[in-house]
Design a protein around this ligand. Sequence first.
Ligand code: SF4
Ligand code: SF4
Length: 258
Amino acid sequence: MDTLEKMAGIDPVRVGLDHTFKFKCHKKVKCFTKCCRGINIILTPYDIIRLKNCLQLTSEEFLALYTEPHILEKTDLPVVTLKVLDDNEKSCLFVREEGCIVYEDRPTTCRYYPLGVASLSHKEDVDGDEFYFFVHEPHCLGFEEEATWTVREWRKNQGVDIHDEINAEWTDLIVRKRSFPPNIKLSEQSKKMFFLASYNIDKFRQFVFESSFLDRYVIDEETIEKIKKDEIDLLKFGLKWLKGIFFKEGPFGMKEGA
Ligand code: SF4
Ligand code: SF4
């Protein structure tokens, strides 16, 4: 399972939500779990929340044990990929003979497969709308099975629409940052804030509630209560706040004198 960079020489065709395709994956396919070897999967903020809760870890522990840091090309933004086993196959740490041990909480990229999504590919030139493409890896025999989907149906079936809804502000931030002129560089502090709010939700909670954060920003009581109780609300809040920092927009103004 991989992004465009492993598919050198293949020109990806952009497909939209109503595009139809034949595909089925199940335990009896000869290639079962082959797509979980040689992986290069960028994790989204919601992926981290699902996986760390599934494994009963803090976000900090999950990041340390299961991820590798990278800079996302053409954005200068720090992202993480799933760590792989140090074997010849570069297998995912979660794959076993019987399949994926975190299947219910698998990342966005795994859900999309055999589709790829432009905003999550390392090198894709995205200058506007999001789009999809097929990751035609030669080992994948799912295209020979009898089941027909539209891209829209596939997304719903794989539960990826919920991931996309929660990650929407993050994806938008990446796509917009990609379209910045290359000479506009981010400060180290902005990159740290991006990483914190995107990936380290437990530390971000501490930052919001245990620093002077709430003394500096105008945030209504209802929002404060919501983000205290619910980490998805906290994540969405953090992503909106990031956009405020990056693009000088958003609902959170500074308090007078802050
Ligand atoms: S998380 Fe699961 S589905 Fe995704 S690559 Fe790893 S084993 Fe495969
Ligand atoms: S059919 Fe494709 S997606 Fe399914 S196990 Fe085989 S390689 Fe992976």
